[in-house]
Design a protein around this ligand. Structure first.
Ligand SMILES: NC(=O)c1ccc[n+]([C@@H]2O[C@H](COP(=O)([O-])OP(=O)(O)OC[C@H]3O[C@@H](n4cnc5c(N)ncnc54)[C@H](O)[C@@H]3O)[C@@H](O)[C@H]2O)c1
Length: 416
């Protein structure tokens, strides 16, 4: 029986722990956050994609702790810690290097180590490997090392860990063989590439592709606003082409842990090779402009009602970064709320997935209460199950940043 170690029990690590436990593996998991460790032990999930019932069923096979020592029992250790940016928007490998140092102290011969965190090409070989070898063990001989990026799309149920092909690249062929055998337990299809660097860059290409295409449609949305053309109508029509076009919808900007962060890992690394990655920088710039464009649309909509932004009561619907999840990391809603507050507007919000926003001193109100006396309802994230039609009935004007009002005749709605 395989014992799998997981480092970092977040959006990536907890679903992985549950998946391996569901296949009958013993799981030893480490997180610095004692609350997460306690929650896992109690069978209480804090990740929306992992229902409590699923965790409860395998709780006895998942041994969570704040201590690394128990990782010695593992046949393989999967590292799933955050890879954020510093304040200067450079890669912050602090959590990854801390985790690697702690792991090196307990590493034993025969183990497989796989990095799952998104990072620039070269991280596994140049940054992790030397630290792990401080254990006195040699990579590729005494222990195996590989990179395999996580592709989970939070909130998604059609593509799961099981049916989403998983990319992996080993330091040596034997390393890749080990990783392939392990992931074969939880994934139906594995895509083996020749090196950890190729696997690291594959993940970045996927995210940069999204970031660039979202920026393209967002730029067009700003242009069509001036031209008086409905961007949603154009995207819907273009999407009727059965080949050579892939649909991306405009929106208030990018959020989450991945798209606003990951591309800059590559642009930073590219500088070492004398390259400026223009597409990445440009996409970041355009997407970062979107909250400002959305606030301008709000001001204009209020103006059309004869209202100044100062003192206007604005109900924001949806504050997480995407529908169906409660993750507010890098959510453009936070920026939009801060900008509107700076103009003197009075903000309330409704989001069934986000009960509170402590940093903004706000709590989610029931929909009807949020819309009571609202001058303007601002649909930032359209969660399924939220009665957006009520916004048009209750608020004087609706600004719809997600196109949910398209197709309906809503006289008082303004779309992105
Ligand atoms: N969230 C996603 O949808 C997603 C998708 C694909 C890839 N990724 C990548 O996976 C990685 C993890 O992302 P996440 O969303 O799961 O992050 P997360 O913040 O949800 O979870 C990371 C966990 O690691 C723990 N941690 C931090 N430092 C640690 C240390 N030194 N030792 C042990 N535990 C430590 C944290 O307490 C936290 O619980 C990132 O590189 C991210 O870019 C995330």
């Amino acid at each position: 029986m395989t014992t799998v170690g997981i480092v970092g029990l977040g959006y990536v690590g907890l679903p992985l722990a549950v998946a391996f436990a569901q296949e009958g593996c013993e799981v030893v998991a480490v997180d610095l956050d004692a609350r997460k460790v306690q929650a896992v032990a109690a069978g209480e999930s804090y990740i929306e994609d992992v229902p409590d019932a699923a965790l409860m069923q395998v709780r006895e096979r998942i041994h969570a702790s704040t201590r690394y020592a128990q990782l010695q029992q593992a046949d393989a250790v999967l590292v799933c810690v955050p890879t954020p940016l510093t304040r200067n928007r450079e890669p912050d490998l602090g959590p990854l290097l801390d985790a690697t140092r702690a792991l090196a102290k307990v590493l034993r011969a025969g183990q497989l180590v796989v990095l799952e965190s998104t990072t620039y090409p070269g991280t596994t070989r140049e940054r992790m490997l030397p630290i792990l070898e401080e254990s006195g063990l040699t990579a590729g001989e005494d222990f195996h090392l590989a990179f395999s990026p996580e592709r989970v799309d939070p909130g998604r149920t059609d593509h799961t860990l099981r049916n989403t092909p998983k990319v992996l690249g080993g330091l040596t062929d034997a390393c890749a063989d080990r990783a392939q055998a392990l992931y074969g337990l939880v994934c139906d299809e594995l895509v083996r590439v020749s090196s950890p660097e190729a696997a690291e860059l594959t993940k970045l290409l996927e995210n940069i592709f999204r970031s660039v295409n979202i920026a393209l449609v967002n730029e067009l949305a700003m242009l069509t606003d001036r031209m008086g053309i409905d961007i949603w109508e154009v995207v819907d029509a273009a999407a009727s082409k059965p080949y050579g076009f892939m649909r991306f919808d405009p929106g208030p900007g990018m959020g989450g842990h991945c798209l606003p962060v990951d591309p800059f890992y590559l642009s930073w690394r590219a500088r070492e090779f004398g390259m400026t990655t223009e597409f990445i920088e440009l996409a970041g710039k355009v997407n970062q402009q979107m909250p400002y464009h959305c606030v301008m649309k709000v001001e204009r909509a209020l103006n059309d009602e004869g209202l100044p932004a100062r003192g206007a009561r604005i109900a924001v619907l949806g504050v997480s970064y995407k529908p169906g999840v409660g993750d507010v990391r890098e959510s453009p809603a936070l920026k939009i709320i801060a900008l509107l507050r700076a103009l003197g507007a009075e903000l309330v919000y409704h989001d069934p997935h986000v009960p509170e926003l402590p940093e903004l001193d706000l709590r989610s109100l029931p929909l009807g209460e949020a819309l009571r006396d609202a001058d303007l309802a601002l649909i930032v994230t359209a969660h399924p199950g939220v009665a957006h039609a009520l916004a048009a009935e209750r608020a004087r004007v609706v600004v719809d940043l997600r196109g949910v009002t398209r197709g309906a005749t809503v006289a008082n709605a303004v779309r992105l």
